[in-house]
Write a protein that binds this ligand. Structure first.
Ligand code: NAD
Length: 369
């Protein structure tokens, strides 16, 4: 019997990138027993609801899931399946590694950081209303609790310790948001001394955005609240090469769901054009969660070599306008087959070549916040 994993293909490009990820997962030799659970458009057609209870039950039972993206229908009364899944399963930590792969598609080839985002409260609590009948004023409530702040800060420090990282940076706006911001800041400051081997520092969100687009290599683990984390994780996906190569994971105390940062990209659905790498790297994260580190290393290496070689890559890594080294674009399934083929061939005994580093820009101290 292999690992029993809930497989949620999702919709749009979801089924295509999930098929690609499955092919690569199975090429590692690790045995999986997939428990397929439909959510999104397929589930609406079959059951009238985008997130049937059976999907939640399957994740609760198997405690681990690989998920494709799911469209949030505009109008029609359905709330986001993705937000509902996080809240109903209490998947409170959204973890998005941002690693440059072979220096491709990025101006920052040394980027290697992780954004840890609190995923259940903050400005995404869903508590909002119009203030008046004419809808000329509105309020969204930013809920920050000490419990959720403590557990996300602890999660970030534990992740940094486990992955032998050096620094955890808390991002907030405590100078302006004197209660919610300060509560998160206090939780971080009181957690930091329990991890004396790790550096702990803080940035205001606006300054953090500026710092990241100048010198992302100075950051390691970033921990922040829901909205700031949503924005920073897309920013960091861009630093590392774009949505096509950005994986993600959602963790609760006992459950883990792995899903790419990107959405369902409806304009590419059914065309076999989407980049499968983000979903394939979700399998890498899933294997690390299972303790299958060699298989995980093989996947990262196979992806790295496929992208570095640039013979079989999808449009976003191939075409002019997306890359400085244009080549003919391959399909999603062809790229997945190439990565799967390499998984058993890669040599893990040699270190990855260092990416090309651009000359450091001169920093104007007057602009440093
Ligand atoms: P998107 O990520 O689907 O697309 C943004 C851009 O990136 C588009 O140009 C798209 O074509 C491109 N892109 C995305 N993934 C790609 C890939 N693997 N390969 C190549 N190009 C890729 O974001 P969007 O258009 O804002 O959202 C589309 C739908 O997805 C919406 O309904 C949104 O709610 C949903 N969504 C779901 C999730 C999730 O399931 N976790 C996350 C984000 C968005």
């Amino acid at each position: 019997m292999g690992y029993r994993v809930t497989l949620i293909p999702g919709d749009g490009i979801g089924p295509e990138v999930i098929a690609a990820a499955r092919l690569v997962a199975e090429a590692t030799g690790v045995s999986f027993d997939w428990d397929i659970a439909d959510a999104g458009e397929a589930a609406i057609r079959a059951t009238g609801t985008p997130l049937p209870e059976a999907v939640l039950d399957s994740v609760r039972k198997n405690r681990i899931a690989l998920k494709g993206p799911i469209t949030t229908p505009i109008g029609g009364g359905f709330r986001s399946v993705n937000v509902a899944l996080r809240q109903q399963l209490d998947l409170y930590a959204s973890v998005r590694p941002s690693r440059s792969i072979a220096g491709e598609g990025t101006r920052f080839p040394e980027t290697d950081l992780v954004v840890v985002r609190e995923a259940t409260e903050g400005l995404y609590s869903g508590v909002e209303h119009w203030v008046d009948h004419d809808h000329t004023a509105a309020e969204t409530v930013n809920i920050i609790t000490r419990k959720a702040s403590d557990r996300i800060c602890r999660f970030a420090f534990e992740l940094a310790r486990r992955d032998h990282r050096k620094k955890v940076t808390a991002v907030h706006k405590a100078n302006i948001m004197k209660t919610t911001g300060a509560l998160f800041q206090t939780a971080f400051r009181e957690m930091a001394p329990r991890y004396p081997e790790l550096q702990a520092d803080e940035r205001l969100i606006d300054n953090m955005c500026m710092q990241l687009v100048k010198r992302p290599e100075e950051y390691d683990v970033i921990v922040t609240t829901n909205l700031f984390g949503d924005i920073l994780s897309d920013l960091c996906a861009g630093l590392a090469g774009g949505l096509g190569v950005a994986p993600g994971a959602l963790y609760g105390d006992t459950l883990a769901v792995f899903e790419p940062v990107h959405g369902s990209a409806p304009k590419y659905a059914g065309q076999d054009r989407a980049d499968p790498v983000a979903e394939i790297l979700c399998v890498e994260l899933l294997l690390r969660h299972l303790g299958e580190n060699e298989a995980a290393d093989r996947i990262f290496r196979a992806v790295w070599e496929t992208i570095a070689e640039k013979k079989v890559v999808t449009y976003d890594l191939a075409l002019p306008g997306y890359t400085s080294r244009p080549v003919p674009a391959s399909s999603c399934s062809a790229m997945a087959r190439e990565i799967a083929r390499k998984v058993s061939l890669v040599d893990l005994s040699t270190p990855l070549p260092r990416p090309v580093v651009h000359a450091a820009a001169t920093i104007d101290p007057a602009l440093e916040g």
